[in-house]
Design a protein around this ligand. Structure first.
Ligand SMILES: Nc1ncnc2c1ncn2[C@@H]1O[C@H](COP(=O)(O)OP(=O)(O)OP(=O)(O)O)[C@@H](O)[C@H]1O
Ligand SMILES: [Mg+2]
Length: 312
């Protein structure tokens, strides 16, 4: 069975809470806080680990918050390799205003990494992954990390026969696609950003994904469309998935749940249509839970058969 290795170069300790109302000056007495390990790759590893697959989270972390992060990852039973860095791991703070139901998400920049530090992450991933394994790079880059970081990982993955998956935005995503990846999971805004096209209708979205496949930039493009569903395009086929109707409790975690379930399904031999159904079910399952919560496999299994696909 193939192993899945995730990479998180700028992870975070995600703190979330709720308050009756967010307003200036007065002290905002919050309800009990939740602390969870976070950052794209770590979240994807948490999802995949819940499905029982062989997954390993590689992340750069440092300082007392880095230690806390490691404890939180361990508590979830996710296998991990921490690459020690000098700077202090960031925290993210999410507050739900109970009156308006608005969610406020504060994201800190995190530490600056030196070249030996980010290079050590690439080396660690290369050590852990071998032929036919999956490497998932997800999340924003830390300060000091070059914009071709994911492109370098993509090239290293290709050299060792691994399947490289990227979930990023802006120049790091563009550079990774130039290097060539197995799978890319942009959302619409991220794809619009790198192609500099409006992509307003489904046809132009499908065409844009097809072009990436035909140009050899990605074997599979999974374009998530938020409340509109998702598209999955390969060389031979393309599907549009309708969204599942959900009452959104929190929009945090939908993308990571989608990607985790997608790769888990592919890694167990599922075909692309099965994987897309599973991914859309996972994205919806994450939205039903408050705060930075990820999908649970039992919900994904229950919801998957309800997902409707259309060939495009
Ligand atoms: N409001 C919604 N209603 C129904 N389904 C949704 C909604 N938002 C997201 N989803 C589901 O979750 C999937 C992933 O969501 P989205 O496109 O928002 O990813 P993302 O922008 O990468 O999210 P994130 O902010 O977590 O990175 C969608 O393809 C869809 O199936
Ligand atoms: Mg995303």
């Amino acid at each position: 069975m193939a192993r899945i290795v995730t990479v998180t170069i700028n992870p975070a300790v995600d703190v979330s809470t709720t308050v009756d109302r967010v307003e200036p000056v007065r002290k905002l007495r919050c309800r009990a806080e939740r602390r969870e390990p976070g950052g794209g790759g770590i979240n994807v590893a948490r999802v995949i680990s819940r499905f029982g697959a062989d997954v390993m989270a590689v992340y750069a972390a440092g300082g007392v918050t880095g230690q806390m992060l490691h404890g939180l990852v361990e508590r979830e039973g996710v296998a991990a390799r921490q690459v020690a860095v000098a700077g202090m791991t960031r925290e993210s703070f999410t507050v739900l205003d109970e009156t308006t139901q608005d969610e406020y998400r504060f994201v800190l920049p995190g530490p600056e990494l030196s070249e030996p530090e980010w290079d050590a992450c690439i080396e660690e991933v290369q050590r852990l992954a071998s032929r036919d394994d999956y490497i998932i790079a997800s999340g924003s880059l830390a300060l000091g990390v070059p914009e071709d970081f994911y492109a370098r990982l993509a090239t290293a993955a290709k050299t060792s026969g691994c399947r490289f998956i990227v979930d990023a935005s802006g120049p790091p995503l563009r550079r990774a696609l130039e290097a060539g990846v197995y799978l890319a999971k942009p959302n619409l805004r991220e794809l619009q950003g790198i192609l500099d096209e409006p992509l307003e209708d489904r046809q132009s979205q499908v065409r844009a994904c097809r072009r990436l496949v035909e140009q050899g930039r990605a074997e599979i493009v999974a374009l998530t469309l938020g409340s509109e569903g998702a598209l999955l395009v390969t060389r031979d086929a393309a599907w549009f998935s309708e969204p599942l109707p959900v009452k959104v409790m929190s929009s945090v975690g939908a993308g990571d749940s989608f990607l985790g379930a997608l790769v888990w399904s592919l890694s167990t031999g599922g075909d692309c249509a099965d994987a897309l159904r599973c991914a859309v079910a996972a994205g919806s399952a994450a939205l039903r839970a408050p705060g930075t919560q990820l999908c649970r496999p039992e919900d994904v299994r229950r919801l998957s058969p309800q997902v409707r696909l259309h060939p495009v």
